[in-house]
Design a protein around this ligand. Structure first.
Ligand SMILES: [Zn+2]
Length: 242
């Protein structure tokens, strides 16, 4: 169960949509479609995410900087709103603004130094995974979970949750059972990678259910070297760890 291969450093593009546009470009786009001149101000204001004043001769648009990375439908709604002042378009803009608040404006509780384990050091592993696979773009905490007394498990239902991603806390939590010499470094690295991937790939909604390991997730997960070996280890370790 010892893995010989060293962790590889490969840069993968996991943020294909995170390109954004410049303030100048967005200003040009809005000026092009609006009936009057537009003065665009980009802010990092945490209170007001978007305000548009159509009442003045020059239309004043103030947007949070996250709008520079807004999806196309939001930009289209912005363009339409400048001409028509339509409520439905404002609703799209407002929904995006609300999303900024909920996803990016949580109280700054970032990069706490995690407690070192006996064997594995989560802070180092997080930084390594973030650098190798996510271009250092993920900002999250990582911690060991609480040790829980193992419940009696039948053979069939034997399972261990190796890690979890807690969006509300922007935290990766790793099962303390993995802090064990019998668990290869590369396996812990894989679990951290898997949970970090959850932080950037939303679940796919199908009907009333949310699938967290849907097509996109599985495709991007293949970026991890020797994924099949990791999956095999995940099963084997169930019988080693208690
Ligand atoms: Zn998962």
């Amino acid at each position: 169960m010892i893995l010989k291969n060293k962790p590889q450093s490969i840069q993968h593009e996991l943020f294909p949509f995170d390109t954004g546009m410049s303030k100048e470009l967005l200003g040009d786009v809005l000026n092009h479609v609006a009936p009057r001149d537009v003065k665009l101000t980009i802010t990092d204001n945490r209170v007001s995410m978007a305000s548009i004043d159509l009442s003045k001769p020059i239309i004043k648009v103030r947007l949070h900087e996250e709008f520079l990375k807004a999806p196309e439908n939001v930009i289209e709604a912005l363009k339409r709103f400048l001409s028509n002042g339509n409520k439905a378009d404002w609703a799209i803009i407002a929904a995006f603004a609300k999303k900024i608040v909920s996803e990016n404006m949580r109280p700054a509780r970032r990069k706490k130094k995690p407690k070192a384990g006996k064997v594995h050091h989560l802070g180092e592993i997080r930084n390594n995974v973030n650098r190798c696979f996510f271009g250092n773009k993920v900002l999250c905490d990582i911690e060991w979970g609480q040790r829980v007394v193992a419940k009696k498990r039948g053979k069939k239902s034997r399972s261990i949750r190796y890690g979890s991603w807690i969006p509300d806390l922007k935290t990766i939590r790793i099962n303390p059972l993995l802090d064990d010499e019998r668990v290869p470094y590369e396996f812990v690295r894989y679990i951290v990678f898997h949970e970090m991937l959850h932080s950037v790939v939303p679940g796919e909604q199908r009907g009333s259910r949310n699938y967290y390991h849907a097509t996109t997730f599985k495709r991007l997960e293949r970026a991890f070297p020797n994924l099949d070996v990791m999956h095999k280890l995940a099963k084997e370790l169930l019988y080693v760890l208690k």
